[in-house]
Design a protein around this ligand. Structure first.
Ligand code: SF4
Length: 223
């Protein structure tokens, strides 16, 4: 399922800065919609193709990349980025007219599947990607402390903008980012991290409910 308005992206969430999803300081974009239905998916609410937040590709490009020189690149996850390939490619190509940056993408499809995919715009999107982390999340193969969630997933270097050593040297980290009343856990957590995060949110609510302060929560991850 994909939409045919290539001037907008159905956005689940975005951040202008994170160090939890790839080398260096990075913008992050999570898109809505995924058909994989992986058991143990940490963001099942983002599998839906329902329109959540349509954002114009030039606006996103400007906010996350062109007017954000502190980041060296962008990580794109979801949801399934390949289902919005045309508009995501348009966003990247627009920004690359103004500055250089690297692109790391998570997809639930394997690279082999993508290379023969007839989904609109996938081949152009692959041309813009520097590192692809591919394959669905498989709960029975879950790993900790990596840039991916399960051991079936592979890191593919599609250009030399990101060096293998930079991925090797990347230190696993999780971030809690609080924006507009929403606490987001960013990175690739294991079950203990998720339980600790959920319990911290519960504690926050029990301590602040009398003052009418609340935080909604979401776990933002890679695949
Ligand atoms: S883990 Fe990733 S690929 Fe799997 S259902 Fe969730 S969003 Fe889709």
């Amino acid at each position: 399922m994909y939409h045919d308005n290539f001037e907008v992206i159905n956005v689940a969430a975005s951040l202008r800065s994170s160090k939890a999803l790839g080398p260096g300081n990075r913008a992050v974009l999570w898109v809505m919609g995924c058909n994989q239905r992986c058991r143990g998916c940490i963001s099942p609410e983002w599998q839906s193709h329902e329109p959540v937040h349509w954002v114009n590709v030039k606006t996103l490009s400007q906010e996350l990349l062109i007017d954000n020189p502190a980041v060296r690149g962008i990580s794109i996850s979801g949801g399934e980025p390949m289902l919005q390939s045309k508009s995501t490619t348009a966003m990247l190509r627009y920004a690359r007219q103004y500055r250089d940056f690297d692109v790391l993408v998570y997809s639930g499809y394997t690279l082999d599947q993508l290379l023969v995919s007839s989904l609109p715009g996938v081949q152009d999107f692959l041309d813009e990607i520097d590192v692809l982390i591919d394959g669905p999340y498989r709960q029975e193969l879950a790993v900790n402390g990596q840039l991916f969630g399960s051991s079936n997933q592979r890191i593919h270097f599609l250009s030399d903008r990101i060096k293998p050593q930079e991925i090797t040297d990347w230190e696993h980290r999780l971030e809690i980012q609080v924006t507009e009343g929403q606490a987001m856990m960013v990175g690739i957590p294991d079950a203990r991290h998720i339980a600790a995060f959920d319990s911290a949110i519960d504690r926050f609510h029990s301590q602040n409910s009398s003052q009418g302060i609340s935080l909604s929560e979401t776990h933002q991850e890679a695949e």
